[in-house]
Design a protein around this ligand. Sequence first.
Ligand code: F3S
Length: 424
Amino acid sequence: MRLTADEEAMLDGKEGRAVQRAMELLVQYGDALGAERLVDTNNVCGANVFSPAPGLPKFESHDQIFSQMSLDSDETFEIPHVKAYSCQLIGRMDARHWRLQEIEQETHDLIAESESYNAAHGIQLMNTCTPYQVGNVPVKGEHCAWMESSAVVYINSVLGARTNVEGRESTAAAMLTGKIPYWGYHLHEQRAGTHYVDVQFPVQDFMDWGILGYYVGKMVGDKVPVLDHVNSTPNLSQLKHFGAAASTSGGVELYHIPGITAEARTVEEAFQGHPIQARFSFGQQERLQVYEELNSTARDPHVDLVMLGCPHANIQQIWEICNLLDGKTVHSNTELWIFTPHPIRELADRNGYTKIMENAGAVLMSDTCPAIGRFLPKGTKVIATDSAKQVHYLPAIMKVQGWFGSTKDCVNAAITGRWTGGIS
Ligand code: F3S
């Protein structure tokens, strides 16, 4: 790779061993990708907060944890303040409800210490998979280095920012250097559409956007779909659900809905003059098939846990859930857990929504989710969720049955303790 003078200086160790190691990693990574150069970035989202797990060694210091786990080095460096604007993504522990997660005091203290260490190094503790909902909203064309597939597909597509799905090491290296390989979705030509999706069913609600996303991901894999004939303007929650589902069933990191998402006003513009590799159409039959597939692990109608907020819910969704609860209470055999970023939980506290949920017997959680934190209420065998991503992962990871449906059907299951959801 061609390096600039400041990059050469970092590689030569002029800014210390940690930055030197970070540059070594980026050069190796860029070479492996075939990148010609690095690009400046001042917007990085990664995951450096440490949480103990079986099989991990005992560390002597947080510098050692960062060196080993984030910079892949046996040598312990003194980690400097980050150079790029950097944010921590979702982690394992809810700072308010960690006891409910059955996290032990020692583990809690270690995670809290690691958070303080990261904050002291300049990393913003956003602790969510949706930093774009709590203030980190990249602009069109901004070069970023983000982990978390659901966030990447959102900022690439809806906002027109530029990032690939990065990993822990590459984001840590980007934090310390302000650089990332100039490759993949950083390049204009790589952002051209490849597959055409004719949306024949009028997709309008949250559930249908998730179903459409899951369908698109299955059909295009990791390519760039272009959706035509979308007959409504989706809101943030719907696009968030769509992208998360498409990146789960496939590996979609970028899509275009001409006239709605950031980069293409027309189908022609989305394809940038390249040939269309394949065409699909999404109608009622495809919609019903995907709904069945998403419900394929579920048999028992008795629901132990209803999980909402994947990706993390925004305040509009929390308000809607409170309206659906409407003074009713959660069934004695069922839990209702809703996940949101902690700044939105603060807002929910002030608006009285947390209290409404607590009075109903629900819990508003933040900083984590069951798939990342690997936790469920004791004895959970059946879950229900309005998230295509969560129902894809939880049955596989936690060996539970999973119902998928609308937010209304999920809240109803929480109140009655039974799944009666459906699709028409
Ligand atoms: Fe976020 Fe966890 Fe879903 S990371 S996207 S809430 S699986």
